[in-house]
Ligand binder design. Structure first.
Ligand code: AMP
Ligand code: TRP
Length: 351
């Protein structure tokens, strides 16, 4: 037990945290499953902290120059999607040392068996797990640290991150239990809406991903209007007309995916999409979807291009965000060290 003031009575104010890896361009999956919902949380007036998780990105090899560019482009993507770097804190992970420091503590709390069960590790490591980096294995403890360094209470993510957030809860609970405190909140995953799992345009059973070898499988936020329209026109579908209710989509993953994408882009429910398009074929639905997608995504892409003209301004925003993030995370880290029994006696000025 630590000899600091008891933290058991601590209540946690609502605070949203989420992150995206700068490991390639943003996809429609990132936009609908994450970014668009980040903006909604910000606009609802909640305290919001968003992070470009560059240290997660290097768990697999990244070309340094490309990583720098991808990090800035991701920042541009956040801002172009509607994140206001004044109302939200926007920064890159490696500029705030508390993430890596807290991750080490969590490496000592999490159990090997817990991490071995992570499906993302198994997928990413593939057959040759012995050759995966130690960082890839420990990826989820760094993610838990990202969230817990801010005592965040809510984390909007896509469906694929559910298991990592359950692990975050387990780590927080074990830390609290082992040290007899209620120091870390038990975070709530926020996995909501029609687009928590946007699927590949080529295969309705696979997630849309920036790492899919086929560019036709995804829409990139940087695609121009013609490319977006062409990819949606060529998206794999079946020959049936759209059904009039959701039950009719049960065995039709590609059709369901396009309906979900339409719903998420238009901010309506999939039921409302079917109320409008039920009975119509893809010959009518795909062009309507393409128009909607171009309408919603083109301004984002144009704004990203504009923002990327001024890299110095992006770096200024990231520096400002990092300073604000550090001011929140550092006292939490110091308290955590104290609870664990690690002594800090360094001179003032060294933060
Ligand atoms: P990543 O690009 O893997 O760092 O993912 C960043 C965020 O986007 C996470 O919240 C993911 O769950 C979300 N995401 C990525 N791909 C998809 C997808 N195909 N559908 C919905 N959400 C996604
Ligand atoms: N693991 C997440 C992904 O691949 C990215 C991430 C890292 C994250 N740290 C986070 C998401 C903290 C939410 C909160 O998508």
């Amino acid at each position: 037990m630590s000899d600091t003031a008891p933290v058991s009575a601590q209540k946690f104010a609502p605070r949203v945290f989420s992150g995206i890896q700068p490991s390639g361009g943003l996809t429609l999956g990132n936009y609908l499953g994450a970014l668009k919902r980040f903006v909604q949380a910000q606009d609802a007036g909640t305290e919001t902290i968003y992070c470009m998780v560059d240290m997660h990105a290097i768990t697999v090899w990244q070309d340094p120059a490309k990583l720098r560019r991808a990090t800035r482009e991701l920042a541009a993507g956040f801002i172009a999607s509607g994140i206001d770097p004044v109302r939200s804190i926007l920064f890159n992970q490696s500029q705030v040392p508390a993430h890596a420091e807290l991750a080490w503590i969590f490496n000592c709390v999490a159990r090997m068996g817990w991490l071995k069960r992570m499906t993302q590790f198994k997928d990413k490591a593939g057959k040759n797990a012995e050759n995966a980096s130690v960082g890839l294995f420990a990826y989820p403890t760094l993610m838990a640290a990202d969230i817990m360094a801010y005592h965040a209470t809510h984390v909007p993510v896509g469906e694929d991150q559910k298991q990592h957030l359950e692990l975050t809860r387990d780590i927080a609970a074990k830390f609290n239990h082992d040290f007899g405190v209620e120091f870390f909140p038990i975070v709530e995953p926020v996995i909501e809406g029609a687009a928590t799992r946007v699927m590949s345009l080529r295969d309705g059973t696979k997630k849309m991903s920036k790492s899919d070898p086929s560019d036709m499988s995804r829409i990139n936020l940087t695609d121009d209007a013609d490319t977006i329209a062409q990819k949606l026109r060529k998206a794999r579908t079946d020959p049936e007309a759209l059904p009039s209710d959701l039950d009719g989509l049960a065995e039709r993953p590609e059709a369901r995916n396009l309906v979900n994408i339409y719903a998420a882009l238009a901010d309506i429910t999939p039921d409302a999409v079917l109320a409008q398009y039920g009975g119509q074929g893809f010959g009518a639905f795909k062009p309507a979807l393409a128009d909607l997608a171009v309408d919603k995504l083109s301004p984002i892409s144009a704004e990203m291009t504009r923002l990327m003209q001024d890299v110095a301004e992006i770096d200024r925003i990231l520096g400002d965000g990092a300073a604000r993030a550090h001011a929140i995370a550092q006292p939490i880290l110091e308290q955590c060290y104290d609870i664990v029994g690690l002594i800090r006696t360094r001179p003032s000025g060294m933060t």
